[in-house]
Structures are given as C-alpha cells and as structure tokens.
Design a protein around this ligand. Sequence first.
Ligand SMILES: Cc1ncc(COP(=O)(O)O)c(C=O)c1O
Length: 413
Amino acid sequence: MTLPPDLTDTVAAAYRLHADQRDPLCAYIYDLNALQAHVDRLVAGLPANAELFYAVKANSDAPVLQALSDRMAGFEVASGGELAWVNRHCPGSRVIFGGPGKTAAELRAAVEAGVDCVHVESLLELERLSSIAERSGRTVPVLLRVNLNLSPDQVATSLTMGGRSTPFGMDEADVALAVDRAERSSGISLQGFHFHLLSHQLSADAQLALIDRYLAQLRSWRRRFGRAFPVLNVGGGIGINYRSPDQQFDWDAFCTGLRGRFGAADLQGTRIRFELGRYVTGFCGSYVMEVMDIKRNLGRYFAVCRGGTHHFRTPYAQGHSHPFHVLPVDAWTLPIARPEIRQQPVTVVGQLCTPKDVLATDTRLARLRVGDLLLFPYAGAYAWHISHHDFLRHPHPQQLYLPAEKRAKALAC
Ligand SMILES: Cc1ncc(COP(=O)(O)O)c(C=O)c1O
C-alpha cells in the first residue's frame, strides 16, 4: 500500500517525536491541516440546500472541534457532556442535540443553551421536553427521530441503528401521535424528521437509495399531515474502507446524486442536514507504535508494540485487520543483534494481557525490525475516544495536533 500524500507531514512528525524521547514511542498524530482540506472538499460538493454537521462523538478533541467550527454548519452532540464541551470550546457554534436516553437535566441544559434543534427519540421524551420548554417559556425546534421498517438489503452495512427493531428513534406508528402532541405544545416547534439508520456505508449508490427512501417518507408525511416540515436530517453513516483503503466511498458521485435529488422543486425550501462523524475526522488521525519485540510463537510471527487496543480499539471494535505502514528506524544502540523478519506475515499486538489485543493480523511485510515504527492511518474517528484507556494503567499515548495553519505558512515562505 502506498502512503497517501497527506500522510507526509504525519510521518515527519512521527520521526520527530521518536527522536525526542527515550521510551518506546506511542502517539496519536492528528493533521488538522489535512482535516480542514478534507472538510472543505466535503462541504463544497454538497447541494446548496444541504448542511453538514459534525457528529462530535467520533472525536471530540478540542483542537479538532476548533479546526472544524467555522467550516461546517455546526455540531451534533449526543449527551449533556458533549453539549457542555462544545459550548466551552466552540462558543457560538450551532449545536443539534440527539441521542438516546436523554435525562431531564440534559434536556433542560439544551433548552437553556438555545440549541438549534433537539432530536426527540420517543413520545415520552417529547413530553419531557415539552414540559421543560413550556416551564422555561421557550420554544424548542424539534425533529422526530424515526426508525423505518426496511428490508435487510436497504441497510446492509456492518452496523445498523435502524431499518429493523432497535432502541433508536420512535416507531413509524407513533409519528401521528407525536406530530399531534408537538402541535399542541407551546414549547415545541416541530421542524421535521431525523433518520440515522446505519454506519459504515461504503457505497454511494446504496446511500443514495436510502436517501430516496427518506425523501419519499418526508413527502408522504407532508401529504398526510398537511405540513411543510422544513428540515430533514439524514444522519451520518458514511464509512471508511479499512479493509481495502484504496476503495473509499465516492463522495463526488454521491454529491452528484444528491444534486439531482435535492434540486427537486418541492425541496427548495427544505434544509437537508447530514451529521457525519467517521467520514469527517477518520482520515486526519494516525496511531503510531514502536515495535518492542518480534517473536515466533507456534509458527506465527508477532510484533509486540508500545500501546495497544486500550488506545486504539477501532480494529477490535470493527473486527478488521487495520492497515498500517512501517516507518523504518535505522538507529540501533543495544549491544545485541537486532531482531528482524523479512517477507513474513506478522500479527501486530499491543501490551495488554489479552489475546484480543490485536491491531493487525498476518500482514505480510517486506521487512520489520525491533525499533521500527508502525503507523496506522484512518485513526482519527472512533479510535482513542472509544478505547478503554486505563486498562492495565499503561501510560496514555502522546497526542499531537499538527497545526492547521502550517501549510498556509509554508506556502507564504
Ligand atoms: C444519531 C447519530 N448521528 C450520527 C452518527 C455518526 O455516525 P457516523 O460516524 O457513522 O457518520 C451517529 C453514530 O453513532 C449517531 O448515532
């Protein structure tokens, strides 16, 4: 696999970090410059009536949010913690608040913060929000999150939040009651609907087909309830192809398909929101580990590296062997022969006392030596933030954010 060009700065930073420290290296490196260039491309492709929000859960690091805040429509938060975090680090940003199991205190905080919209998950949550809003004398814009009953081929990815029976969103059968209840509440301003049925979508055509289904549903509810419903949130869910990194989701083809659809006359006054997580930040982060030992065990080679799935749980969580690059390090100071393997499949593991601490399995490498660095790209989303950091109490990795203005400065010189 060849290095994508936008990893060049990350690789240089990995070598710099390595040169600066005595302990075996373990670090996350986020290229904020690459992140901004990526997001600018995503936003530029979208039709004029589409808005791109960022689902903060994918990576809520403050430098990441700040790099995004004036380039996107705003942030989707899914807890009171995320709401407070975004308001603290990106004050003034537009925030939409979704997620299951919202407490009354979280709903109150959302109302007080004046969020752009609350995505309501159930009839009971609608009641709670309505009474909180009415008591505070405010009117809260609301989308109803609805699960749709779809055939398995319409939601055929490795992670589905809907299309079948799940705890997310309300049943289609509850929509009429919810619309009626919202209409009678002075605290609720019903704007439309929210659908987030899957993640890990790799096919632009399949995602467009799903959006066709959402648009058909919106039109059907417009006719049925005789209301415009000016906002439609079509969720997140665009994936990263970890298994075949050269075949990523075709954003350009997707946007071409969207333009044909969102340009329809009856959607001109409709704002159609995306709340993408993985596809926004996944590409900007890399996890770097130093190889500390190489051993052969019952016929297989293992590279034991500094760190592990307690930092970078993505491969285990998704059940894949994560792609990586070897960054050769020539220096070797120990007075013993340097262990190395050539043209062998190797399984990359971390420092945890569990056979599940595996990041890549039987990857054939031209050469690997103890002391080399391994760089795992596509580690900017659902990586550090979904990992069990303190299991075994190893040190946390270094976290480096390559500044966003770096390339602009370099060009100016
Ligand atoms: C409601 C909702 N919106 C958006 C997202 C972001 O999904 P993704 O990272 O796949 O784009 C999630 C992820 O779980 C979600 O639950």
